[in-house]
Structure formats: structure tokens, C-alpha cells
Design a protein around this ligand. Structure first.
Ligand code: BGC
Length: 758
């Protein structure tokens, strides 16, 4: 509907109707205004399947929702690094929503995986904001192509479950921009989600729902967001403040309580009616966008969509280790061990929980074969070794040629609502893997978990598959990869540290009471591990294939650019093995020398290419200012420091195959203000200011022509030492060292000249 028509409807609405528009009718619906023909629409979770509840609604997945299809969770979809695939998954979800009359699906969830401990990591994508925002954008593109909205969530800095409704995430400006906001930014700017869901927590002391800074200034004024902001379920505290800040729709219903507050605030002049009108306009816009574009013919074909879930899952399973054991031969004597072989953990608990219409386990795929046996190995309700199950598993493993153990995190270990306290899988499973590996040298482990786990047995097994929480078809996808029907092509969207203590947020993660300081700053994930050159279990971007790839011929079309230009980088990738496969090519940028503290490298591009054996394809990247920039807190903007950068292309953050150098020149002059405290060294580095250095040093003992002369014969004062002392000396120092010839007035005059660089 045209804006003018929506405005006309709003003019017809009473104050009460307008206030009512700003909150849900119940758990999942907006309010209808029958008098004016305004329909109600339904929203549903998300993000990796449709959780449409009919009766007895709740937001934590306690009551059943309709039978639907569970796709791989965020942890897995990010591992695909495949934009087109995730767009296709989005199209499927969008179609399901059309068929079920759902106007907005509540996802994607893009909070950064700051620590392996976050209970909701399984829903989130990555420790890297670029990968996150690209995959989120791909999903949004797919869903919205079906005229169904998305709700990118949870905005902002909601990276833990502990005290999630009250804690304040204390994050500095640069870290917010480079990591936490950046995860939302690309997806919002490029794909224009219909709605954004604000988080429960506070950001630097202000509730996300009350933050004009982020909901209006950043989201709307900077990024051009034109949809509505919905509260996370129950995130509203001060409804009137929320409206002023730009938080439009309260969910679920406040049963009229907050509607009354809005009416009162308008009546007593505490809230301008124009604010309320604008809020209604944003909400109505989305409502009509959906109702006017209904696809009445859409059909939710669950079996068909199950196959799509399987296709997606095939690209979300990461082959972490393979000492020549995989793929397996279907004719071999193989033991499938572990409860997850029959009952895979394929999704997480909480609001994203799907009532799957069917689930395929790995065992379902092989149970008809006589040469494949099964042993349960462990229970997943309690972390206690069951000696009988363990003994049976060891026996079964001994008799086979290969043992495949399906392990990982049970529901009780990770879920929405609470965080993990450690990074281990249950002891009973670790014991099972160790004991089986003792008797069976050909052991493979398949893991089901939403976030990194420790692997004390990593060197004792020959193969490891990270299957993440791969949705209801995960078992079929696992079997396809184990037996080589499908060539694995996913890579880790996060670093697997050796132990929890290695994680950069380890010391501060849970914070103190309601205050969580993000003291590791921008050093999240590989930005930290790689800069520290730390050993990790598996690095960011790592993932093997059954074929091999070679990188060659890196080309950069310019050797030097300004920060207003773009540069094209290309690389040839060849499949050097004997099977068709897909490679994820990653491009990182390193600032060779910087005056600000920067990570050793940052992901700025990726592409996934499919190659037949022997085939070569050229992968091309376009890099603009943002690829080289950091967030400058003086100018509150992205900034590139003039200098040399390295373009690194590789198959993981730790396997860089080719690199090239490029010079980038800044066209932005940063404001420099010299004072008495500015150092001589800083002035010498500034080409303009340096011309006055002689005037400044005049009369100072350091200004004497040859410092060399002042070196004493015993070497107590060396030239280097004198140079260093001069470099770090503030301007005012020339008075003390000036033999009485330099006055403060003289210096102020020179400083004035330094500050007049027009
Ligand atoms: C979750 C959201 C979810 C909402 C509705 C909240 O508890 O944080 O992600 O969309 O409930 O179920």
C-alpha cells in the first residue's frame, strides 16, 4: 500500500487504536482494527524452520507447534559459506510461511559467538561479522523474495544467556562497530529485512529497547532501515521511552497495560502523537506488504522440503580430520556406535525448536546392511558411564574394521536460556571414544553440537566430522559424507580452541552481576588466536575435502589505490584430486603497519567454487574502502590509514596459499591538534609539522646539530638513546632542556603554526 494511503488510515485511527497497534494481540499476532479494515498478521519463530503455534502459545517451545521441517541451525548454515544455498533455504522457508499465513519469520539470529559457552551459539553463525552478515543476508534475500518478512535478531550485543534480560553489555565504540554491529550491518543495508528484533539486554547501561542511539541513529539514519523494530518477547520495560527510541511493536501482548501508558503519555504531553503515528506507519507498512502479496497457491510440501534440508545439511558438515580413513566402503564391517547414530541431536532447545515431521538418522540409512552393526554406547540423559553399554560398544568395535562413534552435546548441555560452564562433551562419551579407540585403530567420530568442544582424543582417532546441529535430515547427510556419496565442502565458521581458557573472553565472559565488560575488544575468535600465534585445535575456516585444491596466479589489477577506489583481486583454484568437489576460497586483509592496534588479519571476502577433477576456475573479489578500514573513534567513521596492506588468500585462516601487496592512500585528513604534550616523534612523522621541527628544537640541547657528538666515550649515552629520548619527549620538554633559551611563548607560537595545516 502506498505511504499516502497508510497515512490516510492513520488519520482515521483513534488514539486508542493507534496505541493498540503498538503491541501484539496475543503471543504471535498483531491487532486488527476491524472498523478500518486493518487485518491482524501472524509472526512465528524461526530461524531454521517454521515454529507456528496455534493453541496455548508460548515463546520457549514448551507447547507443540505444527509439524514442520527443521533445517540446519545457524552454526551449520554458516559452515556452508554458500550464499546461494542459504538463499534457497530462505526461499523454502518463505514459501512455507506463505502456505501457513505467517507474515514474518523471526530470524536470522546473528549474534557473534563471543565465547564457546553461549547456550544459543547453535542458532548463531560465527565469530566473524563478515561471514555472519553475508549468510544472514543470503537467508533474508531468500525468505523475502517470497513476500514474507524476516526479523534479524537480537539487536544488539546479546552474546550470552546468563542474565540475558537484565545484564548490560559494556562494549567500546570501535568493538561495537567492527564486530557486533558489523554482524547486522551488511545484511540490513543490502537486504533490507522487514523487521529487526531488539534484544533483552542493555548496551552500555541502556536497554536495547530504549536505545535511540542504535534503534534510530544507527539503524535508520545511518543504515537506512525502513521496517519496524519488534521487541524480543518481553523485552519492554519503559514503553514510552521505547517508542521515543524507535522500538515499534511490543511482543507479546501487554494485555492493554502498556497501551494505556501510551495513551496517557500522549494526553499529558509526554509523548508526541507524531511519534505514535510514525510507529503505526512502520507497522502498517509491513502488515500490508504481506497481506497484499499473499501467495494463496503456496503449498507446504514437507517431504519435498525435507530433501532441501538434506541438501543444505550436506554442505554444513565439516570434515575436520581424515587420516585416510574416509570415505568408508559400504561393504566393510562397520560399527555405528553412540545413541546419536539412531537419535541424532539435530536442533537446539528453546524458541527455535521445530516439531519435525520426520527425522532421518544415520542408522536409518544403513540399517538394511548386514555388515553394519550398532551399539548404543552411552545414555544422553545423565553423564554417567553405563558399564554394560560401554562393554557392548567395545565388543562391537573390536569385531568391525571401522568404528564410527556418534557423539556430541546432549540437550541438557546447550540450550537457549543458559550458558555452558565448560567446553567438554559428557565424560561418558569421552570415555567411550577413548576406550573404543584403544581397541579399534580405525575410529571415526561424528559430532553433533552447536559450538566448539574439547577433543581430548583428537590424536587417537583417524577421522572427525563436525556435523553441527544439522536439522532433521542430518543423518542422511552424514551417511552420504561418510560413504563418499557427497564430498564434504563445509568449513569452520569459528575457531575450535584447544581449551576454554584459551578463548579471549575467558576472563570476563560472565561479567560481574549485571555488568559484562567485553574487555577482549575487537580480538574475538581468530582475530585473537591468529594475532597471538596460538596453537588451536582447528582454525577458523578449516575444513577438508575428499579431493585436493591448488591455488595459483593471484592477480591484483592495481598496485596502489585511494580509499575511494576499488580493486579487483583474482586467483585460480584447481581441483588437483580425482573427485569433483567444492572449495571455499577465503580472502583476508592484513594492515602491514598501523598506528592503531589491529588484528593480524581479517576476513573480507569468500567464495565457494565447484570444480571437476583437473578443472581450474578463477575466483574474483572486489575490494573497496571497507576491506582495509578500521573504525576510527576520533572521526566516528571507517578509516583507512595510508600504507601498505597484504591481500591473503587461502583455505583457512591458518593456511594462506597466495598473497599480494597493495598500497592504499587515505583521502581523509584526520584532525590533528598539537599541544604542549605532543611528542617530537609524532611531529617528525607528520610531513607538514616536520617543517617546523628546527624552530621547535632551537636552543634545546637535543637540537644541537650532531647528537652523535653528545655520545660519551663510555657509551652511557648512545646516539640511539638520545634519538629515543627526543622522539618521546613532549614539546614542553624543550623548555627544560633548552638551556634557558626557549620560552613557553615561543613554543605556543610554533604550536599555533603546526595547527594551521589548512
Ligand atoms: C527469543 C527470540 C524468539 C522469541 C519468540 C525469545 O525468548 O529470544 O529469539 O524469537 O522468544 O519466541
Amino acid at each position: 500500500m502506498k505511504t499516502d494511503n497508510i497515512k490516510a488510515i492513520i488519520r482515521e485511527m483513534t488514539l486508542e487504536e493507534k496505541a493498540g497497534m503498538c503491541s501484539g494481540a496475543d503471543f504471535w499476532h498483531t491487532k486488527a482494527v476491524e472498523r478500518l479494515g486493518i487485518p491482524a498478521v501472524m509472526v512465528s519463530d524461526g530461524p531454521h524452520g517454521l515454529r507456528k503455534q496455534s493453541e496455548e502459545a508460548d515463546h520457549l517451545g514448551i507447547n507443540e507447534s505444527i509439524k514442520a521441517v527443521c533445517f540446519p541451525a545457524g552454526c551449520g548454515t554458516a559452515a556452508s559459506f554458500n550464499r546461494e544455498l542459504i538463499t534457497m533455504m530462505g526461499e523454502t522457508l518463505g514459501n512455507e510461511c506463505q502456505a501457513e499465513g505467517v507474515s514474518v519469520i523471526l530470524g536470522p539470529a546473528v549474534n557473534i559467538k563471543r565465547s564457546p559457552l553461549c547456550g544459543r551459539n547453535f542458532e548463531y553463525y560465527s565469530e566473524d561479522p563478515y561471514l555472519t552478515t553475508e549468510i544472514a543476508g543470503a537467508l533474508i534475500k531468500g525468505v523475502q523474495s517470497k513476500n514474507v518478512g524476516t526479523s534479524i535478531k537480537h539487536f544488539l550485543a546479546n552474546n550470552q544467556e546468563t542474565r540475558r534480560m537484565s545484564s548490560s553489555s559494556e562494549v567500546d565504540e570501535r568493538t561495537l562497530r567492527e564486530i557486533y554491529l558489523a554482524a547486522f550491518e551488511g545484511a540490513i543495508v543490502n537486504e533490507k529485512p522487514w523487521t529487526v528484533m531488539c534484544s533483552y539486554n542493555k548496551i552500555n547501561g541502556v536497554y536495547a529497547a530504549e536505545s535511540k542511539e542504535y534503534l534510530t541513529k544507527v539503524l535508520r539514519e545511518e543504515w537506512g532501515f525502513d521496517g519496524f523494530v519488534v521487541s524480543d518477547w518481553g523485552a519492554v520495560n519503559d514503553r514510552v521511552k521505547n517508542l521515543e527510541a524507535g522500538m515499534d511493536l511490543e511482543m507479546p501482548s501487554s494485555h492493554g497495560i502498556n497501551d494505556k501508558l501510551i495513551i496517557e503519555a500522549v494526553k499529558n504531553g509526554n509523548l508526541a502523537e507524531e511519534v505514535l503515528d510514525l510507529t503505526c506507519e512502520r507497522i502498517l507498512n509491513v502488515i500490508y506488504r504481506f497481506v497484499e502479496n499473499r501467495d494463496k497457491k503456496a503449498i507446504f510440501d514437507r517431504d519435498k522440503d525435507h530433501e532441501i534440508a538434506r541438501k543444505v545439511a550436506e554442505e554444513t558438515i565439516v570434515l575436520l580430520k581424515n587420516d585416510g580413513i574416509l570415505p568408508l566402503k559400504e561393504t566393510e564391517e562397520i560399527a555405528f556406535i553412540g545413541k546419536f547414530a539412531k537419535y541424532p541431536r539435530y536442533q537446539g532447545g528453546g524458541s527455535s525448536h521445530i516439531n519435525s515431521h520426520k527425522v532421518t538418522s544415520a542408522w536409518d540409512m544403513v540399517s538394511h546392511l548386514d555388515n553394519i552393526t550398532y551399539a548404543q554406547g552411552y545414555n544422553d540423559d545423565k553423564d554417567l558411564t553405563d558399564e554394560l553399554l560401554l562393554k557392548e560398544a567395545i565388543e562391537v568395535a573390536k569385531k568391525a574394521k571401522v568404528a564410527v562413534i556418534f557423539a556430541g552435546l546432549p540437550d541438557s548441555f546447550e540450550s537457549e536460556g543458559f550458558d555452558r560452564s565448560h567446553m567438554a562433551i559428557p565424560n561418558c562419551q569421552n570415555e567411550l571414544i577413548a576406550r573404543v579407540a584403544e581397541v579399534q585403530p580405525n575410529t571415526v567420530v561424528v559430532l553433533h553440537n552447536g559450538s566448539p568442544v574439547e577433543m581430548p582424543w583428537v590424536n587417537d582417532v583417524k577421522g572427525i566430522l563436525e556435523a553441527y546441529l544439522g536439522g532433521q535430515a542430518v543423518g542422511a547427510a552424514c551417511a552420504d559424507i561418510l560413504f563418499g556419496e557427497v564430498n564434504p565442502s563445509a568449513k569452520l565458521p569459528e575457531t575450535f580452541p584447544i581449551k576454554l581458557e584459551d578463548n579471549p573472553s575467558y576472563l570476563y565472559y560472565f561479567g560481574e552481576k549485571d555488568k559484562v565488560e567485553y574487555k577482549e575488544g575487537i580480538f574475538v575468535g581468530y582475530r585473537y588466536y591468529d594475532t597471538k600465534k596460538m596453537d588451536v585445535l582447528f582454525p577458523f575456516g578449516h575444513g577438508l575435502s575428499y579431493t585436493t585444491f591448488a591455488y595459483s596466479n593471484i592477480q591484483v589489477n592495481k598496485s596502489s589505490i585511494t580509499d575511494r577506489d576499488t580493486v579487483t583481486v583474482s586467483i585460480d583454484v584447481t581441483n588437483t584430486g580425482s573427485r569433483a568437489g567444492k572449495e571455499i576460497v577465503q580472502l583476508y586483509i592484513r594492515d602491514v603497519k598501523s598506528t592503531v592496534i589491529r588484528p593480524e588479519k581479517e576476513l573480507r571476502g569468500f567464495d565457494k567454487v565447484e570444480l571437476a577433477p583437473g578443472e581450474t576456475k578463477t575466483v574474483t573479489f572486489e575490494l573497496g574502502k571497507r576491506a582495509f578500514a578500521y573504525w576510527n573513534t576520533e572521526i566516528h567513521d571507517w578509516h583507512v590509514e595510508t600504507g601498505e596492506f597484504e591481500i591473503l588468500i587461502g583455505s583457512s585462516s591458518r593456511s594462506i596459499e597466495c598473497s599480494a601487496a597493495i598500497k592504499v592512500e587515505s583521502t581523509v585528513k584526520l584532525p590533528v591538534v598539537y599541544t604542549m604534550d605532543s611528542t617530537i616523534g609524532d611531529i617528525m612523522e607528520d610531513p607538514y609539522a616536520n617543517q617546523y621541527i628546527g624552530e621547535l628544537m632551537k636552543g634545546s640541547i637535543f637540537g644541537q646539530d650532531d647528537i652523535e657528538e653528545s655520545s660519551d666515550s663510555e657509551g652511557a649515552i648512545s646516539k640511539e638513546m638520545m634519538m629515543a629520548m627526543v622522539k618521546y619527549m613532549p614539546i614542553r620538554g624543550t623548555i627544560s632542556f633548552g638551556n634557558g633559551t626557549v620560552s613557553k611563548e615561543d613554543l605556543l607560537k610554533v604550536i599555533d603554526k603546526l595547527n594551521h595545516n589548512e
